[in-house]
Design a protein around this ligand. Structure first.
Ligand SMILES: [Zn+2]
Ligand SMILES: [Zn+2]
Length: 354
């Protein structure tokens, strides 16, 4: 039993992480409350589908929601829109509304031209849209842990510096709590050793794929569906710790270690720097929509309505013969529809899906 031990679980997957998360968002929030947390993060694989559910559940149970996503990020500088296999995991959390909007923007790229087996971003996109984002070194599939496990420590340090240059104090090294997983122990040790050199904080996460221990079976069945793994084959799930672990239990695994206590305390710092904001402010929260370079110069780069009208009228002239009664009628109808779209503030949405 650890007096005053508290944790904010920041890295959690819900059932929105396709076939890789057993619990509903509501269950995750409920569990966080049950173990005494005052905030909880949601970091589904490649999707932000659970954002609104997290907002609603957190409001219901009276805790702070931390909106996040575990993005897929290309390796070795491969541009997001190139069809090359291989990716790392990248955990990202929104510190404020600007961050959430940037995450939506990254997600738009990932699910558009970035989609190749998985919705992928690249480092250039991430760095370009870094405002309001908190990032971590992520799980064993993250770039830094992957390099550490491969013994490429210098390269891992180089990548760490690259992230610190962009994110500064919004970058955290992520140790993960495992009972028996040697690769993770190796990474945890490396992170802990390197942290003071750069003054970077280490946080502890459970990388939860189900809310509580009693949901382990559901998660196992989900994982086995469509998996090529043979019975008894070892993976990250083998030690059965991928749930929102109670702080007392964590301390028990690590023999009341002060280091581990510090990793837990640092998650509270993240909770503190995340603003308590609502993604539901009565306005649509959409990704940033940049108009293409080759737009007519008479249209300002922030005039999305004019650009949509230009697109629509250009098409109209290709379908109907200019000057005919049919063209005139279509033009009147189009005018009405564009005015309706503008009034309902749907212009950017239509530009995204067009
Ligand atoms: Zn991961
Ligand atoms: Zn994860």
């Amino acid at each position: 039993m650890c007096k005053n031990c508290k944790i904010t679980h920041l890295h959690n997957h819900s059932a929105n992480s396709l076939a890789d998360g057993a619990s509903s968002v509501d269950r995750i929030v409920q569990r966080a409350v049950q173990i005494g947390s005052t905030a909880v993060g949601l970091t589904d694989h490649g999707t932000m589908l659970g954002t609104y559910d997290l907002y609603l559940s957190a409001k219901k149970y009276g805790i702070k929601p931390i909106y996040g996503c575990e993005f897929y990020i290309t390796r070795d500088g491969v541009p997001y829109n190139e069809r090359v296999k291989g990716y790392h995991h990248q955990v990202i959390l929104a510190q404020n509304m600007t961050g959430l909007r940037n995450m939506y923007t990254l997600s738009k790229y990932a699910h558009g031209d970035g989609f190749y087996y998985k919705p992928r971003i690249d480092k250039e996109l991430l760095f370009h849209h870094s405002d309001g984002l908190i990032v971590t070194s992520s799980c064993l599939a993250g770039e830094i842990p992957h390099l550490v496990v491969s013994g490429k420590h210098n390269k891992a340090e180089e990548v760490l510096r690259e992230y610190l240059d962009i994110f500064g104090e919004r970058f955290f090294l992520e140790a993960q709590f495992r009972k028996d997983f040697p690769e993770q122990e190796k990474v945890n040790k490396w992170l802990w050793d390197i942290a003071p050199k750069y003054g970077v904080k280490v946080i502890g996460t459970s990388d939860a794929h189900y809310a509580s221990p009693d949901e382990k079976k559901e998660q196992e069945i989900l994982k086995q569906m469509g998996s090529t793994a043979k019975d008894g084959e070892r993976d990250a799930f083998s030690d059965g710790t991928l749930y929102l672990v109670h702080p007392d239990e964590i301390m028990q695994w690590y023999g009341n270690s002060d280091v581990v206590k510090q990793w837990m305390n640092n998650t509270l710092l993240v909770e503190e720097i995340v603003e308590n904001f609502s993604p539901d402010n009565g306005e649509y929260v959409l990704p940033i929509v940049e108009l293409p370079q080759d737009k007519p110069i008479t249209i300002r780069s922030d005039d999305h309505d004019a650009y949509l009208a230009w697109l629509a009228f250009s098409q109209l002239e290709m379908i109907y013969e200019v000057g005919t009664p049919l063209y005139d009628r279509a033009m009147t109808q189009l005018d009405f529809e564009l005015a309706t779209i503008k009034r309902m503030k749907l212009t950017k949405y239509l530009l995204i899906i067009s």
